[in-house]
Design a protein around this ligand. Sequence first.
Ligand code: SF4
Ligand code: SF4
Length: 436
Amino acid sequence: MAINLLGGVKLPKNNENLQYKDITEIKPPEVYAVPVVTSNGLPAEPVVKIGDEVEEGQLIVKPTGSRGSFVYSPTCGKVVSIIDKFTPKGKKIQHIIIKNNGKLTTHTFSPLKDKTAKELLKRLALCGLVDANFGGTPTYLRYTLSAIERKFTLYVVISNTDPYISSNEALVINRTAEVVGGAKYFARILASKKIVFVYNGRAKKTKKLLKKYLKAHEPQLKYSFKEISNNYPSDNIMLLMHRFKTKTKLFTEGDYKKAFVEDAITCYNFFNAVEFNMPVNSRVVTVGGNNIDKKGNYIVKNGTSFEHILNVVGTVDDKKPFKILNGGIMTGMCQYTTDVSCNLETRTVSFINESEFDMQDESPCINCGRCVSVCPMNLVPNVLDDYCVNRKHFDAEKHGLKSCIECGCCSYVCPSKRYLTQRISTVKKQVEGGDK
Ligand code: SF4
Ligand code: SF4
């Protein structure tokens, strides 16, 4: 039976079924602009200088503290400059500009000997994997050494509730063995007795395909499936983690405090880092929006510009996109230029036309309470917004500002078109002092 997560909104279904299309790699660009840090702002520094020749997979950035992430070159080429540049999230940070020389030499890690939990954790720390759901935080930070052998239960999200994003499902359908393999490695780190695959009701076909695969290829694996509500954002990882922590009586099995949630994309990348010893330098990105000719899920290398993606996927009738979003239709951030690069936390790039964009001026709050009823984190968005407008940051914090997962549901339903999510998100970043 489907679990009814509180809140959220019903969104129209994505009828394009992009998840069933094969995942292809975006043709390599001539130049990459690789951000030196992920957007969580953890300090890091380049280990290459202008004029250096680099190979694909070579280390180009190392953390300066104990919590940052390693960054590996997406290509073979020459470092032509290191400049300050805006990220799609609007933060100005150092980027390493690498001119692709067309060579195909790749650097890989040494193979792991035993693939024990400790070895896997070490690979996780070095491979460069970051969490798109947690503002680009290195994934290994959630898996500290203390997590080993403490019998956590691993939940893997295999669906997407945002109709503009289909990368989880696309990977489960097209790269099943890799997703399951990565999940098994995470389960080993956590000493999870079984893997619970989480999906929303719209992804029943994907669940069926996965079940068939598991029956045929993984007879020893202990697993189960958990269906959750179709409402957006029911399969958001931050939301699911919150549900577990707060012991919301929506999940009836497992030890709530000892739940770890991953998604199919993270499992896929981790599998490649362990099995094929590949540093993480790309991510599967859904490229969508009604302005696009070749919509789909693509493997996009770190540092690939939006401009290059646009050239590859083409636009309908060669018409310029009305808006370019870093993200899906609910939470995407409008870009002023295509001269920004995808990074390892880019999930979706949307090139949309006028019919998909409803731009209206906001009007005063009428206290209808709709934003409250849809907030999946049980916040009171109109009150939070009021504190944000009046710069009462302390009061906003007291009313759960930091718990906001920036899902956009409150803005979506507001009849006064209040810019609730945008303001709450901006103040949240100011309070946290980063770009999460
Ligand atoms: S939905 Fe909009 S108008 Fe209604 S209470 Fe919330 S902010 Fe106010
Ligand atoms: S306040 Fe935050 S979590 Fe709640 S609906 Fe708005 S954006 Fe989502």
